[in-house]
Write a protein that binds this ligand. Structure first.
Ligand code: PHE
Ligand code: CO
Length: 297
């Protein structure tokens, strides 16, 4: 393992103020400079999801929220969350400005560091913003890092990312689709019913409802090749959600070396985001109502 404590290298003036910056894009969480409004935005979003998610999010996610003691007492301090994380799974969160270059992001994950944007959305962006902020990154992603199997999956993904990055852009695209359909927008079929685990869903009020209740999207069982060859939407709710049976399934299916798979996938065209294919395990076939025309990523 490489060093897990990034080294401070410079200071940086950003459009959100002045923050110390570290190698690998890390900054210090400027907790004292959050405004009253920033804390209120957290509280509002938190309360909304706390009401909505019981019976919708999987129990592992809800347990994580509980164990961190996340609440509506303002924006959490990363240093406090890190004490819980360290004892549980050895992960830590690090503050960053926003989206990172792929290889930097992978290096963080491979070393069990999860990058969290330090800034939070404005009150007029409660329902949508186009880049990940603190609420998405922290509330959406971090609770599951307390689950040992999911925690290992995330690290394995980081290592796999470095490998895919070295192989080339097509491999990277295949791997990014896997992240999108699992870590960001995954559903999990449990004995109690269909539940959410994807960070992009649990951090969004609208999609927390849509992903489980809407007749529009497809809900299709997880298959590694299928997922890695399926394009996705970045501008609307998903047209297809991928359903796993448990985190063990995800971890086991992604254990083999992807190198031959990347070579094979490069030979075949990708599927559209909303397609249902022969051989799919279909939980629900979407009625495609309200699907925007336009291109998938
Ligand atoms: N097994 C993958 C590879 O060899 C790495 C990986 C693990 C990717 C878990 C994603 C998730 O590239
Ligand atoms: Co995310």
């Amino acid at each position: 393992m490489q060093d897990t404590t990034p080294r401070k290298v410079a200071h940086q003036q950003t459009d959100r103020g002045y923050v110390p910056v570290y190698a690998t894009g890390v900054v210090e969480q400027p907790w004292d400079s959050y405004s009253k409004t920033d804390h209120e935005v957290w509280d509002t979003l938190f309360k909304r999801q706390r009401e909505l998610l019981p019976g919708r999010a999987c129990k592992e996610f809800m347990e994580g929220v509980e164990r961190f003691g996340l609440g509506d007492g303002g924006i959490p301090k990363f240093s406090e969350l890190n004490q819980v994380l360290k004892a549980a799974t050895g992960w830590k969160v690090v503050a960053v400005e926003g989206l990172l270059p792929d290889e930097v992001f992978f290096d963080h994950l491979a070393n069990r560091r999860f990058p969290v944007s330090w800034w939070i959305r404005k009150p007029d962006q409660l329902d949508y913003l186009s880049e990940p902020d603190l609420f998405h990154d922290l509330f959406g992603h971090v609770p599951l890092l307390l689950n040992p199997v999911f925690a290992d999956y995330m690290q394995a993904y980081g290592r796999g990312g470095m490998k895919a990055f070295a192989i080339g852009p097509d491999a990277l695209m295949n791997l990014t689709r896997l992240y999108w359909y699992t870590v960001e927008f995954g559903l999990i079929n449990t004995a109690e019913g269909m539940r959410i685990y994807g960070a992009g869903i649990v951090s969004s009020k609208g999609e927390s409802i849509y992903a489980l209740d809407s007749p529009s999207p497809n809900r299709i069982g997880f298959d590694l090749e299928r997922v890695m060859s399926t394009r996705y939407r970045i501008d609307t709710y998903q047209q297809t959600y991928i359903v796993i049976n448990g985190f063990d399934q995800l971890f086991d299916a992604t254990r083999p070396d992807f190198t031959p798979l990347y070579a094979q996938l490069a030979q075949a065209p990708a599927h559209a985001a909303g397609d249902v294919l022969e051989g799919d395990r279909v939980f629900t076939r979407g009625d495609r109502q309200g699907w925007a025309t336009g291109t998938d990523t």
